[in-house]
Design a binder for this molecule. Structure first.
Ligand code: ZN
Length: 179
């Protein structure tokens, strides 16, 4: 679906009204129009991205950062006891709009909501095959993940205070020891 036909993009562009609770240059959070509980929030990227896999590392980081902080806001502002954070990714997973969203659902004990699934039994062969297939495929992402996690380069400040210091003397002593 094109951005022009996207309901959530219309909300972002202020063409359709919504109860906005948080906004910055990358992220918008609104109250869900058909909520599971009072204060049910939808956190979305301002960029028209349909599914999780289309999100850049930056957008993923920003969305989860905002969701994390808004979860605290929900606890404080509405005196809630818990939150469910739910992503429905893809039509098979019952994604509602073709624009990625994170559901932040305020919870209280005994609130009558139930997001739990009934556990099902699968045979050991199927579980084992799934494990092997996933492991093999997941191996490919290790490098990618580590690259994204790379620390910013550390500037070696040692160089600045080498002259006339103990380190300097130590290095000279070491040099003198060389044959
Ligand atoms: Zn959109």
């Amino acid at each position: 679906m094109a951005k022009e036909d996207c309901l959530l993009c219309s909300v972002i562009d202020n063409k359709v009204a919504a109860r906005k609770v948080y906004e910055d240059k990358d992220v918008l959070a609104i109250l869900h129009p058909t909520p599971a509980s009072v204060g049910h929030i939808l956190v979305m990227p301002k960029e028209h991205l349909a599914i999780f896999e289309q999100l850049t590392e930056f957008t993923t980081g920003r969305l989860f950062q905002v969701t994390n902080k808004l979860s605290s806001v929900v606890f404080e502002a509405l005196q809630m006891e818990g939150t469910n954070i739910i992503i429905s990714n893809g039509t098979a997973a019952e994604q509602k709009w073709p624009h990625f969203t994170i559901n932040l659902i305020p919870r209280r004990s005994q609130d009558g909501l139930n997001f739990a699934w009934s556990p099902r039994q699968f045979n050991e062969d199927d579980m084992g095959t799934a494990e092997l297939k996933l492991k093999a495929e997941a191996k490919k992402i290790t490098e990618e993940v580590l690259e994204d996690q790379a620390e910013p380069p550390v500037i070696d400040t040692k160089v600045e205070h080498l002259s006339g210091t103990e380190e300097d003397n130590y290095q000279i002593r070491q040099l003198r020891r060389m044959p």
